[in-house]
Design a protein. Structure first.
Length: 113
């Protein structure tokens, strides 16, 4: 997640359309988050890349989880919202938990209940 963190530290140009800078960021985030998910045995990641935000789902030990990274232009906390979901269309799911976006963040994903 080191490249993702580096890109998050930069300011994103605000625009009415997705910028090349955000496209690069979203590709980097997906690649590095996939590695974190694989490291803990999570499967089936699905991503939705919106207007400066990324969300999606993955499965870990039979449980589906929803994740969301808020608008990167304004939220610089570098935390990812994670919550249990009933399926890959459950956007309201369980209790909100936040995990730091960092190298080795998979260990935090294992503790979400």
């Amino acid at each position: 997640m080191n490249r993702t963190i580096s890109l998050l530290r930069k300011d994103f140009q605000s625009s009415s359309s997705v910028t090349p800078e955000f496209r690069t960021f979203s590709s980097t985030f997906k690649r590095e988050f996939n590695r974190e998910l694989e490291s803990i045995g999570a499967t089936n990641p699905e991503y939705s890349v919106g207007h400066f935000y990324i969300s999606g789902f993955y499965t870990l030990k039979g449980q589906v989880y929803y994740f969301s990274l808020s608008d990167v232009r304004y939220f610089k906390e570098r935390k990812l919202l994670i919550r249990e979901a009933k399926g890959y269309k459950d956007y309201t799911g369980g209790r909100n938990c936040y995990v730091p976006i960092e190298a080795g963040m998979g260990k935090h994903l294992l503790s979400i209940k």
